[in-house]
Design a binder for this molecule. Structure first.
Ligand SMILES: *Cc1c(COP(=O)(O)O)cnc(C)c1O
Length: 339
């Protein structure tokens, strides 16, 4: 392990590690792919990624276990989602089995940067893909690059999982014609303005409602919602324009099959949100961030769980899923991939 990194004080930032994975697509096929030390990319000024934003990405983590093994959580799900995203962006999907192989190779090469067990820090992996050849008439590229870099990141919660306050956004997360359900830089580019506004107003995140009617809950800029009803049912919004979070799908499985909870995946009206007992945001970075309060143009919704800590059901879900990820609790078949 790198001795010169203070694992406990790491934040969520980019730290260059020794190796990254690169594969190129040309003449209709992907090359064999290599591990390289070169962190820079040199492209034509007219590359499709610069002109028409033809690019997408994924995010996952590698963890060190108590007995000092290194594992990844469900990388096959990221492989599948990136293939789906690529298809929507007219990019050639990177073969899913090769994606998982590349994840293993790049983590193994950077094993020194996988933080020690117990620090709460992890190695974050960023797979991404872009159109690389010059394109000026509006059309997809025909040459592409798939890469994975890694960066050690600190524990998401320093000093306890404090609930956050969010606001109902005046902007749309996704266009009505639907580009919200892909993991791509273009969606994030469009969320930069609303998140800057929200932060300036003192809110941690935006709650986006459906673009067509602004009556249904969608997601935040980078995380799906989970809600807990007063009688302990887990409710998650169903929509074709939100990103299918792997964390959310894993939480629903854990709730139903391990904790024996009732789970509902359905449309959630904003008008019913005030009736829920607990609210959380889920994604790879935080696993679950509790939400204590939602502002809606002068009105506020305060969840009974309060602003001091996670609600009891959210905590149970959080502890069970993070226990599975760190191999402290037995995982469902295929969830943990040994590096
Ligand atoms: C990545 C992402 C999520 C969370 O997905 P996970 O697979 O759980 O990390 C949710 N919403 C958006 C828009 C995202 O980009």
């Amino acid at each position: 392990m790198k001795q010169d990194i203070d694992w406990g004080s790491l934040g969520f930032g980019y730290i260059k590690t020794d190796y990254r994975y690169v594969s190129k697509f040309k003449d209709g096929k992907w090359d064999d792919g290599v591990i390289t030390e070169d962190a820079n990319i040199t492209l034509s000024e007219c590359a499709c990624v610069f002109q028409y934003s033809q690019s997408c990405f994924e995010g996952l983590k590698a963890y060190r276990t108590k007995d000092d093994r290194i594992v990844c959580f469900r990388p096959d799900m990221n492989a599948k989602r990136m293939a789906d995203t690529a298809e929507r962006l007219v990019m050639p999907p990177f073969p899913e089995d090769r994606f998982v192989e590349a994840v293993k190779q790049v983590v193994k090469a950077n094993a020194d940067f996988v933080p020690p067990y117990g620090t709460g820090a992890t190695l974050y992996l960023r797979p991404f893909m872009m159109g690389t050849n010059p394109v000026i008439g509006v059309k997809p590229a025909d040459e592409f690059e798939f890469r994975i870099f890694t960066t050690p990141v600190g524990p998401y919660f320093k000093g306890g999982a404090k609930p956050i306050t969010i606001k109902v956004s005046d902007y749309d997360r996704a266009a009505p014609h639907g580009t919200g359900n892909i993991k791509a830089g273009l969606n994030y580019a469009m969320s930069l303005y609303p998140i800057t506004v929200a932060h300036e107003e003192g809110f941690a995140e935006n709650m986006y409602l459906d673009a067509a009617t602004r009556t249904k809950v969608e997601e935040t800029g980078g995380a799906n919602f989970i809600f807990i009803t007063k009688d302990g049912t887990l409710v998650t919004p169903k929509s074709d324009s939100i990103l299918p979070s792997i964390t959310r799908r894993s939480i629903c499985y854990v709730a139903e099959h391990i904790l024996g909870m009732k789970v509902e995946h359905r449309e959630v009206l904003f008008s019913e949100v005030a009736d829920f007992a607990e609210c959380g945001l889920c994604g790879t970075a935080a696993v679950i961030s509790p939400v204590g309060r939602i502002f809606d143009h002068g009105k506020e919704i305060n969840f009974p769980a309060g602003m001091d800590d996670m609600g009891p059901v959210t905590r149970k879900l959080y502890e069970t899923l993070t226990g599975i990820q760190k191999c402290e609790i037995e995982a469902p078949e295929g969830w943990i991939v040994e590096i």
